[in-house]
Design a protein around this ligand. Structure first.
Ligand SMILES: Cc1cc2nc3c(=O)[nH]c(=O)nc-3n(C[C@H](O)[C@H](O)[C@H](O)COP(=O)(O)OP(=O)(O)OC[C@H]3O[C@@H](n4cnc5c(N)ncnc54)[C@H](O)[C@@H]3O)c2cc1C
Length: 471
């Protein structure tokens, strides 16, 4: 009997699962710890301005996900052109690189230096490629490594490139070399393959949150429940089955089947029957977190980008979202504008622990030092701290996950789904697909949900520098 289903988390994965189940007549309840739905893909509304946690492009190769998105929002989608640059040495470098733009920005002298450094790396490569720095330098030369790989990668992951395993670089930058980068810079890629870049994407008029609010509404219209401010803190097991979840207000929810999109490490420690060794494996999973300093300006910032990668080494700032270029509906008028300044950090590190006012000061100072906006014209500002935004594929994460998965298999009525639920570097569409497949499994299918998001060519980060798979 799998009639009464509980879903933990009202992010894209949990909502997609609940939507499919409600559509198929199942009794479904979603418990969400926050006071709004959408998870990391929510849209925060602040005095009429709308902010993403990082911009969220809607792009998928999956017909199932496309169908769901169109079924829910249809006409409300805008098609946006991708426009993003690398900002380095106070210059805008096209991304992907374009030869004329690189030569103009770097000058002929530096370009020759880049080429010579490439030749020198080919003639005298590092004999052992143990780390990211060595692996990239051997293929691109030290100059190009320093300009386009080192700073941004270190900002995103918070560790020196010479401490990142070479294997990791090999996986992420696979298929791109100095010569292909030069070829791509000289000639437009007309192959139509995703491998290089997605040039257009969909975006809901009012931000990604609009999608997830609409799905939640449909779930409720079909008889399901979405309970906000309900953080699951306890799970009860009986004879190899989970039977109830209790939230921090003490509300207890019985169920036949559980779908969980809460971070897997937090789930595992709630499982009474799991051995301490497995709980320790879960505790050792690492994440990168994200701080966004959101600024509202009294003028329309004349940037053409949807987002900008900041490669300048002397600022902490990693990426900037220009919200009015994502959608004009994210700002209430045409005279003002808003930016999201992204700082990658570890929970509780120096940046994370700074007071909001100091972070705002830092953001204003950095954006003005870069010459990208006038800090005097900031009308409003606020900080959003988001824990656990990037699952970190450290050297031992596979071993940890395999222990966890073995233990989870022994519980017959649970499926973990989603980016944090499965500790997988998912985009929204992958997460949604895990939700759809988990729901279909309850309805009688036999999908291997762990197979979702295993195609390396899908990821866009194969461009120069480490873009993270979202962009
Ligand atoms: C900066 C950034 C930019 C991104 N850009 C893109 C993009 O352009 N395109 C794209 O497709 N993807 C993008 N992503 C990825 C996208 O955000 C995620 O893939 C997606 O949100 C994952 O959905 P999810 O449901 O798996 O997890 P989440 O969005 O994290 O949802 C999980 C939900 O579970 C809730 N929860 C957790 N613990 C509990 C608990 N104990 N009890 C109850 N509820 C709980 C959380 O509050 C949350 O609402 C981006 C991610 C980041 C960080």
């Amino acid at each position: 009997m799998n009639d009464n289903i509980l879903v933990i988390g009202a992010g894209p994965a949990g909502l997609a699962a609940a939507y499919e189940l409600a559509k198929n007549g199942k009794k479904v309840t979603v418990l969400e710890k926050e006071n709004q739905v959408g998870g990391i893909s929510k849209t925060i509304v602040h005095d009429g301005y709308r902010f993403d946690i990082g911009g969220h492009r809607f792009f998928t190769k999956s017909d199932r996900v496309n169908t769901l998105w169109n079924e829910v929002l249809g006409e409300e989608f805008l098609t946006r052109p991708r426009c993003s640059h690398i900002f380095f040495k106070k210059k805008f470098f096209n991304y992907p690189l374009k030869a004329s733009n690189v030569v103009r920005n770097l000058g002929v002298y530096l370009c020759i230096k880049v080429f010579l450094s490439y030749l020198s790396s080919r003639l005298k490569p590092y004999q052992k490629e143990d780390n990211f720095e060595e692996w990239v330098s051997n293929r691109f030369g030290k100059e190009l490594y320093r300009m386009f790989f080192k700073t941004y990668t270190e900002k995103v992951w918070g560790i020196p490139c010479n401490s990142i395993d070479a294997q990791w670089a090999a996986q992420r930058i696979k298929g791109l070399s100095f010569l292909t980068a030069v070829k791509n810079a000289l000639f437009t890629n007309n192959s139509g393959k995703i491998k290089t870049l997605i040039t257009k994407f969909n975006y809901p008029k009012f931000g990604p949150g609009q999608m997830y609010e609409a799905i939640a509404k449909k779930i409720e219209e079909m008889g399901g429940k979405v309970v906000l401010n309900s953080r699951v803190v306890k799970l009860e097991e009986k004879d190899g089955c989970l039977i109830s979840a209790t939230d921090e207000k003490g509300e207890k929810y019985g169920f036949d089947y559980l779908i969980s999109s809460m971070p897997i490490d937090e789930l595992v420690v709630l499982m009474d029957s799991f051995p301490e060794e497995v709980k320790d494996a879960a505790r050792g999973l690492e994440y990168r977190s994200l701080l966004t300093v959101n600024l509202v300006f009294s003028y329309k910032i004349p940037l053409e980008d949807t987002w900008l990668y900041i490669h300048e080494p002397d600022v902490h700032l990693g990426r900037i979202q220009v919200f009015h270029n994502w959608s004009p509906y994210l700002v209430p008028d045409n005279e003002t504008s808003s930016l999201g300044l992204e700082y990658f950090c570890y929970e509780n590190d120096h940046l994370w622990s700074m007071k909001d006012n100091d972070l705002i000061k830092l953001g204003k100072d950095e954006i003005s030092r870069l010459g990208l906006a006038d800090e005097q014209k900031v009308m409003d500002a606020f900080v959003v701290r988001t824990r656990k935004t990037y699952p970190m594929y450290s050297n031992d994460f596979k071993k940890r996950m395999s222990l966890i998965r073995e233990s989870l298999k022994k519980i017959v009525n649970i499926q973990p789904i989603g980016r944090y639920g499965m500790f997988k570097y998912n985009n929204m569409d992958h997460s949604i697909l895990t939700g759809i497949y988990a729901a279909e499994n309850i309805l009688g299918s036999n999908h291997d949900v762990w197979q979702i998001n295993t195609e390396p060519e899908y990821h866009e980060e194969q461009g120069i520098g480490d873009r993270t798979n979202e962009k």
